[in-house]
Design a protein around this ligand. Structure first.
Ligand code: NDP
Ligand code: 2IT
Length: 445
């Protein structure tokens, strides 16, 4: 009714912003009960206000390649909502980046950050720059040119960007250097920093570790764990690497990773030196996962396909949005997969999610499952403010406890009459309530 009208109006206002509209629709569908039970939200126009970003900065990023050729990319920062803390969220460098994708990511980030229980609002940014095949010097010049615009609207108490696809420690370093040069301030304006200059231990592993901690909680509701489970993972980047590491440590066997060129099926399991090799593969900046099959001949490369056709107990999509469709979901369920936890943001399409729910699969949505990354960014901000560094055991223990609490919040708000936990609803409602109530307290802005 009311929410449907808001959704229809949004579709008219932002035609073609498909990912953004997809993300908003999913959240609004979860909020029917909560909005009906809390008329104060409607009176204060909370929904109409939360679905639009506070502001969007869009700018051009001119830079010069190693041959002296000039390139112009597009840069963005979406400051979505700062009701519970400074804007916070990653930067994505990938040729597919556009306003719709960044708005979907920024919108999701509001609820994800709220779920962490740390004081962080929602934001996202990035560029259509393609780091693939670029030299370090080119990446440095691009990052510097990007920061030459971005620095004007960010700050440790205002907006704190971090990494995402195509942005890791190296890029954060180049951007931090430029911010410092421009402002003459060495402050915690970015997270994912190097350990010697304000970074936090465990931040590189945090998203993947957190996703597996969350999945562990999901499995525990069925009285089981990762020991002896076969696990299919997609992606071979930062999140996939952390997830492979932790699943292996917990006794599970990871049999797939994937890239845009296809997937690797390694029936013996991706462990030990193979996990180390994932880092080399990623650092090579080549956009392909195929070389894994040359390095480890027991493994098979399947060109142009996704790993969801491989028989598994648990699936962890860790690559990118809409990488797991309805047919994939049906194949997974048909093969006996009973737990899907999203390490990536919105990797499952809405009809795939329907298949999982219909079949009572344990299904954890990205904004809950992958919140460990930004949660550990929040812990990095805390350490920066206190000017101290915690040891890795302390950070990991805090991360683990945050993930357990997010799982409990999802169960609290998502448990249905028949006992099935709708984690999508649970995450959306729990994340929304805190932000909505903060917005109510702060007036119409
Ligand atoms: P990385 O850049 O480290 O890795 C991304 C992975 O996805 C790579 O394997 C990449 O291959 C692959 N990929 C990118 N685009 C496509 C595509 N169109 N089709 C198939 N594969 C693709 O990024 P992250 O591991 O950091 O991010 C992965 C996911 O996790 C994203 O959805 C991100 O938003 C999410 N996430 C990341 C967090 C973090 O802290 N880094 C926190 C929470 C969520 P290639 O680059 O070679 O194209
Ligand atoms: O999607 C995400 O949560 C991230 N890319 C991490 C954001 C952050 O600020 O650490």
């Amino acid at each position: 009714m009311k929410l449907e009208k808001i959704m229809n109006d949004l579709e008219k206002k932002h035609p073609g912003e498909l990912e953004y509209l997809q993300a908003v629709r999913e959240v609004l569908e979860s909020l029917e009960d909560v909005v009906a039970q809390n008329p104060q939200f409607e009176a204060a126009g909370i929904i109409e206000r939360i679905v639009e970003p506070d502001r969007v900065l869009s700018f051009k990023v001119p830079w010069v390649d190693d041959n002296g050729k000039v390139h112009v990319n597009l840069g963005y920062r979406i400051q979505f909502n700062n009701a519970i803390g400074p804007y916070k969220g990653g930067l994505r460098f990938h040729p597919s980046v556009n306003l719709s994708i960044l708005k979907f990511l920024g919108f999701e980030q509001i609820f994800k950050n709220s779920l962490t229980t740390l004081p962080m609002g929602g934001g996202k940014g990035g560029s259509d720059f393609d780091p693939k095949g670029k030299s370090d010097a080119e990446i440095m010049r691009f990052c510097q040119a990007f920061m030459l615009e971005l620095w004007k609207i960010i700050g440790p108490e205002t907006d704190v960007p971090a990494g995402d696809i195509g942005v890791g420690g190296k890029e954060i370093g180049f951007m931090f250097g430029m911010y410092k040069k421009l402002t003459r301030e060495h402050v915690g304006v970015l997270t994912g920093k190097g350990l010697n200059w304000g970074g936090s231990l465990v931040r590189p592993e945090a998203t993947g570790f957190g996703a597996v901690y969350f999945a562990q909680e999901m499995l525990a509701t069925k009285g089981t764990d990762f020991k002896g489970k076969t696990v299919a993972i997609s992606g071979f980047g930062n999140v996939a690497w952390g997830a492979v590491t932790k699943v292996t440590e917990l006794g599970g066997k990871v049999v797939t990773i994937s890239g845009p060129d296809g997937y690797i099926f390694d029936p013996e399991g991706i462990s030990g030196e193979k996990i180390q090799y994932m880092l080399e593969l990623r650092a090579s900046n080549q956009d392909i996962v195929k070389p894994y099959s040359y390095e480890f001949p027991g493994a098979q490369f399947v060109a142009g396909k996704r790993p969801w056709e491989v028989k598994c107990d648990v699936a962890l999509p860790c690559a990118t949005q809409n990488e797991l469709g309805k047919d994939d979901a049906e194949t997974l369920v048909g093969n006996g997969c009973f737990c899907v936890a999203e390490g990536a943001n919105m990797p499952s399409t809405p009809d795939a999610v329907e298949v999982f729910k219909h079949n009572k699969v344990l299904f954890g949505p990205g904004k809950a499952v992958n919140a460990g990354g930004v949660a550990t960014s929040g812990l990095e901000m805390t350490q920066n403010s206190m000017k101290i560094n915690w040891g890795s055991e302390e950070v990991d223990a805090r991360l683990h406890s945050i993930m357990k609490n997010i799982h409990a919040a999802c169960v609290k708000h998502g448990k249905q009459a028949d006992g099935y936990v709708d984690y999508v609803k649970g995450a959306n409602v729990a994340g929304f309530l805190k932000v909505a109530n903060a917005m109510l307290d702060q007036g119409i802005l």
